[in-house]
Structure formats: C-alpha cells, structure tokens
Design a protein around this ligand. Structure first.
Ligand code: TMP
Ligand code: ASP
Length: 237
C-alpha cells in the first residue's frame, strides 16, 4: 500500500491518501495537547501505544459486531483504515463522574452511575468544542436523526464491550470520547482512536489514573501510565 499525500494533520495524528481511494493511512504522533491546544507537550512513545492499543480495541469491537474503520496495522505508528467523512460530533460516554462532568455539576470525581451518560460536543476547535444535544445537532445539520440514533446505540454497545474488557485487565473505564464516520455509501462506522488520550482509565483497586489526565493535570508519570495500561491490555489480549 503506497503512502501518498497528507490530507489532514490533527493534534495527535496525520492522515495520508493511498493508491486505494477507499483507504487512508493514519500516522500517530507523540504530540500531546490539552485544553484545546493551550497546553502542549510530548509523551514519548505515545504514538506507538495509541496506535497499537486502538487497533486491538477496535478488533475486539469488530468481533462483537460493531463496525470500525480498522483495516490493518502497517507499522508501530501507522495503520490502514477505511476512509470516512467524520461526523463532527465528539460522543462522550461516562460510567463514573470525572473531568468536565464533575466540574459542571459540582460533584466529586468517582461517583459510579447506575446508568452510563451520553453527551455530544460539536467538533469545532474555533468554538472550543461546545456541548450540544440531539436537537442542536439536527438544527446544525451535523447528522440526521437516524445517524444520531445509530451513533448512540453503537456508543453504548462500545461501552459494554470495553468496560468488560478493561475490567478483565484490572482497569476501570471511567469515561471516553468516540468519533464516528460515514463511508461513501452512508454507513456509520466507528473511527478515530480509542486510547489513554481519549479514555479515562483508573486502576481498579487503587483508582490511580492511567491516562492523559496525568498530562492534563501535571501529575507526572505520564509515560509510565501509558506503558502500564498497554502492558495490562497485552496480558489479556
Ligand atoms: P471531559 O471530562 O474533559 O469532558 O472528557 C471526557 C472524556 O473525553 C475523557 O475520557 C477525555 C476525552 N476527551 C477527548 O478525547 N478529547 C477532548 O478534547 C476532551 C475535552 C476530552
Ligand atoms: N483534545 C484536547 C485538545 O485539544 C485534549 C484533551 O483534553 O484531550 O487539546
């Protein structure tokens, strides 16, 4: 598969065309940002871990019947994926209070919800990814009613599969962000990545943070946390 011109550069990944119009190559960087790019840094080895972790999790989701963009891991940092047009919604599922939920509603982190929550943000850096609901997404024509329903259904399914798998690894899946894409025929599939950049992962016993919150909050031990969750995933993969 030939890597052709770069078509996109995000904060953590680059995307390249290939000689197949339906496939692109994603290349994961070690660059880390937080607060919409206001905080910048490097997490050494993150690109390799996020690439390999995301691929393994996506393969598990595929096995559970959830369609994803994953096609083939090409190298430590590169993966061949299906070309999609990204639905400009960040879909966030929460099992436990943390982060912006705890801040918005004035509660402590660590409250276990009886039912997971779902929320959407409009994926738009210039506007700082504002929160919106289904009606706003429809009004802005970000997705159709059917697409929103399908996205919600898939996101909760992803939660069930990932929650169970991470529990086997001794890790609690606190919350995470997903992005979905449309194939040329309109089918909605899971895209982007699933990694410690996009999930809150706590040690099941000690509740130690094993994710990007260590970078966001200057807690130290960032690389070690990424390596630890990867090690646990591989031990149970
Ligand atoms: P939040 O509590 O800051 O809203 O984050 C919820 C989850 O979404 C958390 O697992 C981190 C992830 N996330 C991203 O992947 N990208 C983002 O830009 C933000 C703000 C959060
Ligand atoms: N996506 C955020 C940023 O743009 C990073 C984060 O908090 O995960 O910097």
């Amino acid at each position: 598969m030939k890597k052709l011109e770069q078509i996109y550069e995000g904060k953590a990944k680059r995307v390249f065309l290939t000689d197949d119009p339906d496939l692109v190559i994603v290349d994961y960087k070690d660059d880390a940002t937080a607060f919409n790019g206001a905080k910048k840094g490097t997490i050494v080895g993150k690109g390799v871990i996020n690439n390999q972790m995301s691929n393994r999790l996506m393969q598990r989701l595929e096995a559970a019947g959830i369609p994803t963009h994953f096609v083939q891991e090409l190298s430590e940092r590169e993966t061949l994926v299906k070309k999609v047009s990204i639905v400009p919604l960040e879909v966030i599922i929460r099992n436990i209070s943390a982060g912006s939920f705890a801040a918005h509603y004035g509660v402590e982190e660590g409250i276990v919800f009886e039912h997971p929550t779902i929320e959407f943000s409009y994926k738009c850096d210039e506007l700082n990814d504002p929160l919106l609901n289904d009606y706003h997404a429809l009004a802005l024509k970000l997705a159709t009613r059917d697409e929103i329903e399908r996205i919600k259904q898939m996101a909760f399914q992803v939660n069930e599969v990932l929650k169970a798998f991470w529990a086997e690894c001794g890790v609690t899946l606190v919350d995470f962000k997903l992005e979905f894409g449309r194939l040329a025929d309109g089918t909605i599939i899971l895209a982007d990545e699933i990694s410690p950049d996009t999930c809150r992962l706590w040690d099941a016993k000690t509740h130690e943070k094993l994710d990007k919150d260590r970078f966001r909050r200057d807690l130290g031990g960032v690389e070690g946390a990424y390596a630890e969750v990867m090690k646990r995933l591989l031990a149970h993969g």
